[in-house]
Design a protein around this ligand. Structure first.
Ligand code: SAH
Ligand code: DHB
Ligand code: MG
Length: 228
């Protein structure tokens, strides 16, 4: 297949994703079915792309993560990728504000055979994270922040309280088509990401960077922070 990159770069990004996913990923009916059921239930298609899900899975394995925290469950697509990286006895705690999303995710996790290792908590992420801090939850090895973007500074601060030296914090959607570069933006999503980056820069316990990505989910990016 040839694509006209100049006319529509998205077609080219899609074609490249299709090449790598069809080459490097084993076809996975469970993950596809989770997306199909999420769509049927009317959830927005804002899950991570397959290769982004697998990147999260690889990061979790590199971390040897036994305890993973996710903020923003949606239909559980990224949750399945993360749960599959766990050793026996490991746990994903995933936080979701919308009870309907949590319900769809719970069904998808059962069908994926990972429900036993996932704890879905319904509520505002700031509240459920605060509850984890107050209950002195054991620190997490990997924290994936992927919920409402204006709360990113709060999620980042709380994530540090739920971390130990060596915890990896991954934040999705930090580029949003390049909007993050606009220092004068009054878009609350952009302000949330910029404040998170400023907080991270001012935090001596944290070493991090961000990478821009293109692909089937458009032009966006991840930030990664290692807690020292
Ligand atoms: N991680 C998912 C996508 C998450 S989309 C995946 O890649 O498959 C973002 C999710 O965050 C949505 O389900 C949305 O309902 C949820 N969300 C929005 N505001 C929230 C809040 N304040 N607290 C917790 N979750 C929130
Ligand atoms: C959108 C994408 C995401 O990955 C997300 O977590 C939230 C929103 C979006 O494209 O609107
Ligand atoms: Mg996201």
């Amino acid at each position: 297949m040839t694509v006209n990159a100049a006319a529509d770069p998205r077609q080219l990004w899609d074609a490249v994703d299709r090449f790598f996913v069809s080459t490097l990923h084993t076809p996975d009916e469970t993950l596809e079915a989770a997306l199909a059921r999420s769509a049927e239930a009317g959830l927005p298609p804002i899950n991570v792309a397959p290769n982004q899900g697998k990147l999260l899975h690889l990061l979790a394995r590199l971390q040897g993560a036994r305890r993973i925290l996710e903020v923003g469950t949606l239909g559980g697509y990224s949750t399945i990728w993360l749960a599959r990286a766990l050793p026996a006895g490991g746990t994903v705690v995933t936080l979701e504000v919308d009870p309907r999303h949590a319900e769809v995710a719970a069904e998808n996790l059962v069908r994926a055979g990972v429900a036993e290792s996932v704890d879905i908590r319904v509520g505002r992420g700031v509240d459920t994270m605060t509850e984890l801090v107050e209950s002195r939850a054991e620190p997490f090895d990997l924290i994936f922040i992927d919920a409402d973007k204006p709360s990113n500074p709060d999620y980042f601060r709380l994530a540090l309280q739920l971390s130990r030296p060596g915890t990896l914090v991954v934040v999705d959607n930090v580029v949003r088509g390049g909007a993050v570069a606009d220092a004068d933006s009054d878009n609350p999503d952009v302000v949330g990401v910029r404040r998170l980056a400023e907080l991270a820069a001012a935090e001596p316990r944290v070493t991090g960077t961000a990478v821009q990505t293109v692909g089937s989910k458009g032009y966006d990016g991840f930030a990664l922070f290692l807690v020292d």
